[in-house]
Write a protein of this length. Structure first.
Length: 351
């Protein structure tokens, strides 16, 4: 386990907590190029504007008109309808890849091989093999490739990670998470780590006439340890939480669990209170981490302003010469993609 520095706040970013970076380097200067003009790229750029040290240098799209409109909207000087042409620019240090998932490998390799750092929107790749090739290119070119699982950078999740590092809830025996395969699977990696491999997997899924899919997955890690994942469409307005349950207590990342602003911690003393004669539940410790008010964003998904946490971590880690952020490093990225692949393979087999 990693020793917790008690002098640091519980929500301290992992890169700072581990002594890998300096807090002041959140404003380290980086010139950003943007691949894609999708809604997610729009939101990313809005958050990036609040990151001191970030400069928006260029945007590229297959459509010159879309690239021009995006550039005008966000005050970006240069725009391209050729991705390869954009990465030739000496005025770009790092590329945000916000294009469709099917293009992530191609576009990441293009930028990496041009000597640019890359932050790629999730899902990083469509297979572990593709991701390994992308990470190898980053290593060869001595640049960063960061898998953009923004959840890991929220202060509530940083707090949860610290609690897990110090063994606050004992040995993890169950992870329960709601939303979609990617978000719930990264929660499994958060709770169980990368060394524990599932012994068995069961999946269930249903696709409606309009394409809405519901389903779930059950991972069996052996010795009574399980992960229970549920996949439900946004339109259902379901309660979306992630719970990590250990032998000594329980961590809950409250709704919305994939971008949480509240963490609750339950640490019953030996026998849970409700079974000790009083029938009272274990006391709850509640920690609130409001989203940044420095980010101005319209028509965004809940807590999308939290992109700023990820942006600041990337700036710190590049400043320190790191090739990835410890909040979600290469090993966790590959492990999560492996679990995802198992879910999809089992789902397809069960059809």
């Amino acid at each position: 386990m990693i020793k917790n520095d008690a002098s640091l706040p519980a929500q301290t970013p992992r890169d700072i907590r581990l002594g890998l970076t300096k807090a002041d380097d959140s404003s380290f200067p980086l010139r950003w190029g943007i691949f894609g003009t999708s809604t997610i790229s729009q939101h990313w750029v809005e958050a990036l504007k609040a990151c001191k040290g970030a400069t928006l240098s260029a945007v590229a799209s297959r459509s010159l008109e879309k690239a021009r409109d995006f550039a005008q909207t966000h005050g970006i000087e240069k725009f391209y309808n050729d991705y390869a042409e954009m990465v030739k620019s000496p005025d770009i240090d790092i590329v945000y890849v916000g294009t469709p998932d099917s293009l992530h490998k191609e576009h990441c390799l293009l930028a990496l091989n041009a000597g640019k750092h890359v932050l790629c929107e999730k899902d990083l790749a469509q297979s572990v093999t593709d991701a390994e090739e992308m990470y190898a290119a980053a290593k060869k070119n001595k640049v960063m490739l960061q898998d953009g699982v923004w959840t890991r950078f929220f202060p509530a999740v940083e707090h949860a990670r610290m609690l897990l590092d110090i063994g606050a809830i004992g040995d993890v025996v169950m992870v329960q998470s709601d939303l979609n395969p990617l978000y719930t699977t990264q929660a499994v990696t958060l709770g169980f780590g990368i060394k524990r491999k599932p012994l068995a997997l069961s999946t269930m899924a249903h696709a409606s006439a309009v394409g809405t899919t519901t389903g779930g997955a059950l991972f069996n890690f052996g010795d009574g340890a399980f992960a229970i994942l549920t996949f439900i469409h946004f339109a259902s307005e379901f309660r979306e939480v992630t719970e990590i349950i250990g032998t000594k207590g329980r961590i809950t990342l409250e709704d919305p669990g994939h971008c949480p602003t509240v963490l609750t911690l339950r640490l019953p003393d030996k026998v849970p209170h409700r079974y000790s004669g009083s029938n009272a539940p274990a006391p709850i410790q509640r920690f609130e981490y409001p989203i940044p008010d420095s980010v101005s964003m319209n028509n965004a998904y809940p807590n999308q302003q939290g992109f700023l946490y990820q942006a600041q971590a990337v700036h710190r880690c590049v400043a320190a010469g790191l090739d990835q952020c410890p909040q979600f490093d290469m090993d966790e990225s590959l492990h999560t993609l492996s679990l995802l692949g198992q879910i999809y393979a089992a789902r397809d087999t069960d059809k």
